[in-house]
Design a protein around this ligand. Structure first.
Ligand code: ATP
Ligand code: MG
Length: 223
């Protein structure tokens, strides 16, 4: 039996159609149930539902053979846990957004940087932020938060935030603007290295079908 780790919400919602295209049916309401282990139409595959930030951990330890994780979550995980036993064979192209720096409307980010000011930056993504500001030579004091980062600049906790942005509407609703893009984000399939070897007979055909489903979707949605 293979185990695939997914998080509830957008990753679950975007992965289910890819699984279907690869020939694996999942009950659509599965993630609204309280069950954390979910069977699929394939008796050789089950899903487990974990927190988005926990997906790499389950896969690294082999509690899941593979999983779907945002590249944001993966980069943070690898920065902290090191490059442990994880393959990233497929960019699934789902959960697309970008990692950006945002600040209050009217805060002159460029000037603050030119002047070499010490910036206080609130974020859930401390490893990604640390790397970004170090590369720019900016002295950033990072404040770790677990959610609602947009609030931090509004109440004086931070000058700026590092967060995921897709449409920008959450930023706009809080009088924040994107001042710098750090990188593109999308969700990756990650695979436990030991599973790749010991369960290759079951895993490889499944990975091939998923990769084919991604390629087909990309061909069909090409403008
Ligand atoms: P939790 O809600 O449990 O605290 P989370 O906020 O990390 O965890 P989601 O909001 O479902 O969970 O985000 C999961 C992944 O989806 C993120 O790691 C990222 O890769 C992607 N994602 C997050 N926000 C967006 C967005 N606005 N647009 C597209 N993809 C996004
Ligand atoms: Mg979220």
């Amino acid at each position: 039996m293979l185990t695939l780790a997914l998080s509830k919400g957008r990753i679950f919602a975007d992965t289910v159609p890819l699984l279907a295209a690869a020939g694996i049916e999942v009950a659509a309401d599965a993630d609204s149930s309280r069950k954390l282990i979910i069977p699929t139409g394939d008796p050789g595959l089950r899903l487990i539902i974990v927190r988005a930030t926990d997906v790499p951990t389950y896969v690294q330890y082999g509690a899941a053979d593979f999983g779907v994780a945002g590249s944001d979550v993966l980069d943070e995980h690898l920065a902290q846990a090191g490059d442990h036993a994880l393959y990233q064979p497929i960019d699934l192209g789902i959960g697309r957004c970008r990692m950006s720096v945002a600040a209050r409307v009217g805060f002159d980010y460029e000037q603050a940087i030119r002047r070499g000011s010490r910036l206080r930056v609130a974020t859930k993504f401390t490893a990604i932020a640390r790397e970004h500001f170090a590369r720019k030579g900016v002295h950033a004091e990072l404040v770790k938060l677990y959610g609602s980062m947009e609030l931090a600049p509004l109440v004086g906790l931070a000058d700026a935030i590092v967060d995921l942005v897709s449409t920008g509407s959450t930023l706009r609703a809080n009088q924040l603007v994107e001042v710098e893009q750090i990188g593109e984000v999308s969700s990756r399939l990650i695979v436990n290295q030991a599973s790749m070897k010991t369960r290759a007979a079951a895993l490889e055909p499944l990975l091939r079908r998923l990769a084919a489903a991604v390629a087909r979707r990309d061909r069909e949605t090409k403008p």
